[in-house]
Write a protein that binds this ligand. Structure first.
Ligand SMILES: *Cc1c(COP(=O)(O)O)cnc(C)c1O
Length: 490
């Protein structure tokens, strides 16, 4: 590591990245390459001799970027956003520069202490209850992803109960979620050894906007308790992945509290919106939660990865996840004076991720972050009105944040069964233009287009353009459907 060499090359790389952002709209948003495209473009083995940075940058331009799907493009509307920002980028850069591994406090005291402070800051912006602050029995920790967050809380909840019941009760533990809960919970159950038959996926209804009904939850608990099972954890979601449904935390929290069930709130996407007072009500009831998670890397201008998790009782996590080998022993840890984040997560090693969140909070400030969120929600409302005004389309689930779920209606009611294929064709054709990238979901058995606004560069002109593409493609599809109305599409 030669400092002057770093300076020279890093300047070139920053120029390369800045040019990438400048030209980002010239690439097809969704990569159009075929599987295996790269193998023929690159040598079969690593070089014996060093190559120049310029040669490598040329390869990136010619061979790598065509295989990139441009999540930072203003025409990116798929899945959920994964924000990048100048502040987030600078924080990532600094983290890579310092490149420490902060598993224990002693390995870099600033990394642990900044993480505690920044997560306390963010908890206050979200108006989370005081017991999630590091000054009480709980505290915040940055996980890589929401999937890791739900896994560690499930392990903590599981072991807390098994310490009382004995390990033999593992097969009796029941985890609750809805049919809209993210698949990350399913994976966590598999890893945590929850009996496959004991993951209750409770059905939601379109008339409830796909939120989990407290009555359904209560009934499931009663049935399970009557069969000698032990209710363990409920994963409630604020802003589901399919349609941004919001589970009623207040009512669900009353039940979990009464029954002694761990309540985890997954607000991976929508948590960011709760820094705005007008959207904070979506997490009313979080006061009864045992853990709360939001992905700063989705919609909060913090480069991937940065998933903020708060727990009410940090000792539950530490009980499950701590180890104390001789080679890691040190005075501060032994005397219990410090937080060692290695005991709050799956891996040992961890990056200095709080830097980028700290940079985001300081370089932008709350007011800018609020107007950032509000702008996307406003754009989504505009897009929703485009859909509503065109009688060929329908909005399929109510919009709460910046996701619009809609579909193209079949030309007449008797064609309802061709609707799913029609919308699949619509999505493929729009994505094949390279001018916009959208993804889909299924709601009540219907194939639905998800239009998620949230890329930092997206402006009104981009959603107007995207809607034009939808309309044009729809016109072509409906016309060909009319001409071949006896032949199914494809
Ligand atoms: C995106 C998302 C997840 C998964 O996020 P990762 O950080 O990629 O694990 C989980 N839950 C919800 C509600 C999400 O939107």
């Amino acid at each position: 590591m030669d400092a002057e060499q770093l300076r020279e090359n890093a300047h070139k790389m920053v120029d390369f990245i800045a040019d990438y952002y400048k030209n980002i709209e010239t690439f097809p948003v969704l990569s159009q390459v075929e599987p295996g495209y790269l193998r023929d473009l690159l040598p079969h083995s690593a070089p014996d001799q060093p190559e120049s940075l310029q040669n490598i940058l040329d390869d990136i331009q010619a061979k790598i970027l065509p295989g990139v799907t441009h999540w930072q493009s203003p025409n990116y509307f798929a899945y959920f956003p994964s924000n990048s920002s100048v502040a987030g980028f600078l924080g990532e850069m600094l983290s890579a520069g310092i490149n420490m591994v902060g598993f224990s406090w002693i390995t870099s005291p600033a990394a642990t202490e900044l993480e505690m402070i920044v997560l306390d800051w963010l908890a206050k912006l979200l108006k989370l209850p005081d017991h999630f602050l590091s000054t009480g029995q709980g505290g915040g920790v940055i996980q890589g992803t929401a999937s890791e967050a739900v896994l560690v809380v499930l392990l903590a909840a599981r072991d807390k109960v098994l310490r009382i019941t004995g390990k033999d009760a593992l097969g009796k533990l029941v985890v609750y979620c809805s049919d809209q809960t993210h698949s990350a919970l399913q994976k966590a159950c598999q890893i945590a050894g929850i009996h496959p038959g004991n993951c209750r996926v409770l059905k939601t209804e379109s008339c409830n906007d796909y939120s989990l009904s407290p009555e359904t939850f209560e009934q499931a608990i009663s049935t399970d308790v009557a069969s000698g099972l032990i209710p363990l954890l409920l994963c409630a979601t604020v802003g589901t992945t399919s349609s941004t449904a919001v589970d009623p935390l207040l009512e669900l929290g009353k039940i979990t509290k009464m029954k002694g069930i761990w309540l985890h709130v997954d607000a991976a996407y929508a948590g960011s919106a709760c820094v705005c007072p007008e959207f904070r009500h979506y997490i009313d009831g979080v006061e009864e939660a045992d853990s709360f998670n939001m992905n700063a890397h989705k919609w909060f201008l913090t480069n991937f990865d940065c998933s903020a998790l708060w727990v009410k009782d940090r000792s539950a996590l530490i009980h499950s996840l701590s180890t104390n080998p001789e080679f890691l022993k040190n005075k501060a840890s032994q005397e219990n004076l410090v937080v060692d984040y290695k005991d709050w997560q799956i891996p040992l090693g961890r990056r200095f991720r709080s830097l980028k969140l700290w940079m985001v909070l300081r370089l932008y400030g709350l007011e800018n972050l609020q107007s950032y969120i509000r702008n996307h929600i406003q754009l989504a409302a505009t897009f929703e009105s485009f859909v509503t005004e065109d009688p060929r389309f329908e909005v399929v689930a109510p919009r709460k944040f910046a996701l619009v779920c809609f579909r193209l209606l079949p030309p007449s009611h008797k064609d309802e069964d061709c609707s799913n294929q029609l919308n699949r064709d619509l999505l493929d054709a729009v994505n094949a233009t390279g001018k916009a990238f959208v993804s889909h979901t299924a709601l009540s058995g219907r194939y639905v287009v998800r239009f998620a606004i949230g890329a930092p560069l997206t402006e009104e002109s981009h959603i107007i353009e995207a809607w034009k593409i939808f309309q044009e493609v729809a016109t072509v599809l409906l016309k060909s459907l009319k001409m071949n109305h006896t032949r199914p599409l494809n």
